[in-house]
Design a protein around this ligand. Structure first.
Ligand code: GAP
Length: 493
């Protein structure tokens, strides 16, 4: 399995992810997406929006503001319940989640070895004296305070005065922006149940034990759908909300597989009664086999009518739907598939990463799905000393860039340029060479053909420059490489 260190290093080296404010020593669990990272992230969001919003007749989109009325968070239960139990070390003042403290290695000064210092794996006792951890895992000396509930919302002030009345929060989930707009969307779009409202946006959580790269961050991005269902409807003899819940669980998993995740790296986890959030009738997490172990990639909850009823109660506004058939006002149930952009990014990177041996040399390749790849095409000149080759390659980059993210690179020999593109997941390289442009001094005309190299197979074909848009149109669409390649002569690598 690919280790987290390998991905962190690749992300930094090749401009995917940088630590936030790195020159000042970094900001805890905040990350910046670099030139290639922003492309990958945008591609993830773009295909998600296309697949779940644009292509569905039962879905509309929304972009609600991050700052909302403070009452929203009272109504939603976040002020009361969006908390983690935390303990503090009385010596070093480090803070831990009480429920996760035995999931980290602990420092121990062992009395059986005259106080020798050992770092002991998470949850294990000391081999020498047999004791288990009771003190601070970081300093090994401090007593821990009893657990206290710590609210994960970032508090801030609205307006010029820092007083209690001006307190509000950065949203900890995008979902509430959808609930408070339920009636606006329903009335303006004249929707019929069942229908969904989708939103992509930032959310903020003051996580106590953040870490593991972009797996747990304080500023995250979510892609959420609130899918509203009439609870009185039945599908195959079951309540409609339960049927839709199962459909969304299947559709969400299929989406990750479609864009490259190995189904063997995914599994479902049903929340036990004691784990369910305050609003949930049933929640199922999709877990991914991250290097830190099986962990939540996304969650799909049946939030019932909890949120709409709470907002109706706190705002005094009716948030109902008129069921024409039964001639009654009802409060819809909500099924919520909640995707995390950052965790999807990490999972797609981990699953795409391969180290292969090619002609006795190591090749690192990111086998990213073509729609996710940050760069779609790299145009490379075989000889940068020949001005006609360079000019032709620049011209091609300009032409192809109108449709696809495309780069030009001439800063190394061709073998190296290919490896660089492999490492960032570029599915196709186009090479311009002497035969393409010919030699004016020798009176030789160019054949106006270029080489296309495919990343995964490393096969190369020779194609007319004039056909490039048509060829890439097919390759970036649904036509597989072997079908396109079969129509052209092979070029030698
Ligand atoms: N609206 C429901 C909700 O927010 P959640 O399980 O707390 O549910 C949904 O979050 C998804 O958001 C998670 O499955 C994960 O992908 C992402 N997520 C949540 N907290 C995160 C964090 N601190 N860092 C990165 N992603 C996070």
């Amino acid at each position: 399995m690919t280790s987290m260190d390998v991905i962190v290093s690749l992300c930094k080296r090749r401009g995917f992810v940088f630590q936030s404010s790195e020159i000042y020593g970094g900001t805890g669990s905040c990350w910046d997406f670099g030139p290639l990272g922003v492309e990958l992230k945008n591609n993830i969001k773009r295909v998600w929006w296309r697949d779940f919003v644009q292509e569905r007749a039962d879905m509309v989109g929304l972009d609600a503001s991050i700052l909302m009325h403070a009452s929203v968070w009272k109504a939603s239960g976040h002020v009361e319940q969006f908390t983690d139990p935390m303990v503090d070390c009385r010596e070093c003042k480090h803070r831990f989640r009480a429920d996760q403290i035995d999931e980290v290695p602990w420092l121990h000064f062992c009395p059986a070895t005259k106080g020798n210092k050992f770092t002991i794996p998470a949850g294990e006792p000391c081999k020498h004296c047999g004791v288990t951890r009771t003190l601070c895992p970081d300093c090994g000396k401090g007593e821990l305070t009893p657990p206290r509930q710590f609210n994960l919302m970032f508090k801030t002030f609205m307006g010029p005065v820092e007083e209690d009345a001006a307190v509000t929060y950065l949203r900890p989930e995008t979902a509430q922006g959808i609930f408070v707009n339920f009636d606006n969307v329903l009335q303006s779009m004249r929707l019929k149940l069942p229908f969904g409202i989708a939103q992509i946006g930032k959310a903020f959580r003051n996580e106590i034990t953040p870490g593991n790269f972009i797996f747990r961050v304080r500023e995250l991005e979510q892609m959420e759908i609130e899918f509203f269902v009439n609870p009185h409807d039945q599908v195959d003899g079951r309540p409609a909300d339960e049927d839709w819940h199962d459909r969304w669980i299947a559709d969400a998993q299929a989406w990750y597989v479609r864009y490259g995740l190995d189904p063997a790296h995914l599994k479902l986890k049903e929340h036990g009664k004691d784990e369910l959030s305050h609003y949930s009738k049933r929640t199922v997490d999709v877990l991914y086999h991250f290097p830190i172990g099986w962990s939540e990639l996304m969650g799909i909850a049946n939030r019932t009518d909890y949120d709409l009823k709470q907002h109706s109660k706190f705002s005094g506004k009716s948030l109902t739907y008129f069921d024409e058939e039964r001639k009654e006002h009802i409060v819809p149930f909500v099924v919520e598939p909640s995707f995390g952009v950052d965790r999807a990014f990490l999972a797609f990177m981990l699953d795409a990463y391969r180290e292969e041996e090619v002609r006795g040399e190591k090749r690192v390749v990111l086998r990213l799905h073509r729609e996710l790849a940050p760069i779609k095409i790299a145009v490379l000149p075989l000889l940068k000393k020949r001005p006609e080759i360079v000019a032709t390659a620049h011209g091609l980059r300009g032409r192809l860039s109108r449709q696809w993210r495309c780069v030009y690179d001439d800063t190394a020999a061709i073998g190296r340029l290919y490896r660089r593109q492999d490492e960032v997941g570029t599915p196709y390289c186009v090479t311009v060479d002497v035969k393409t442009v010919g030699d004016r001094e020798k009176g030789e005309a160019g054949d106006q053909m270029v080489t296309i190299r495919e990343r995964d197979s490393m096969e190369q074909i020779r194609v007319p420059m004039a056909d490039l848009e048509a060829i890439f149109g097919r390759l970036m669409g649904e036509t597989a490489w072997p079908e396109v390649a079969a129509a052209y002569p092979r070029a030698e690598g």
